[in-house]
Ligand binder design. Sequence first.
Ligand SMILES: [Zn+2]
Length: 299
Amino acid sequence: MSTVTRILVVFCALLVVGGTARAEKTVKVVASISIIGDMVKNIGGDRVDVTTLAGANVDAHAYEPTPATAMSVSKADLVVVNGLGLEGWMDRLIKASGYKGTVVVATTGIKPRKMKEEGKGHQEVADPHAWQDINDGRLYVDTIAKALISIDPEGATTYATLAEAYTKKLIDLNTWVKSEFSAIPKEKRRMITSHDAFGYLGGAYEIEILSPMGFSTESEPSAGEVKKLIRQIRKEKITAVFVENISDPRMIEQIAKESGVTVGGELYSDALSKPDGPAPTYIDMFKNNVTKIVAAMRK
Ligand SMILES: [Zn+2]
């Protein structure tokens, strides 16, 4: 081989490598909340680069985007949101960022729970916390996988394979959660959390959930409502009382103290924990929450 040929061969090899690198360009996905961000990572694998807006331990209801947030949205290939009124800040953010791409609503196709909220003219509002029912979580996975395939068709096989493997894990998780709760007598399946984030969990596993605050963390209960809840905890001997990772624990600590019960620990409601915490993934969140809830109900 002559020197010129050798140089040409090397040059062509570099072109091939460069070409491959370009084909493996990652899809930039912005996820509104950490739970959805974790799902996208599970379904997208190495093909996606995920930025989560309301990250670990952040209250998505009260989240405030920054100019840096708008910058990451403007560079996104795909934006995934929960919908059902969770991210009241999202429309403004999308507008400010100038993002013109697809916005996927992960709760598409889910039948929302509805509740009359006080302070909103008693109109019915949708409960946005659908991820707390694993069956609905599986619908999130289907919607996200379809969105990734449509934006990056070359990765279709990867996305379909990863989504299938992840769904299998969620099916196993659901079987475990069901068996844990079915071991608790029906009359003990009652729990208190600061805001009403666990209605879908209650619906799926026959648990009665009582919360001094409504669906959003931005509403404040009246002193009368808090007193009524304390009376109910005492009368019905409710033992499962929890603080949440995204909310101020003081109200629940006070309610527990006045009711004579011990707080059963911290539940992960609307956000995951940091990587070194007990709930860094959607699956870990269920393992953490269900273990704590079941232990408190057994008291
Ligand atoms: Zn919430």
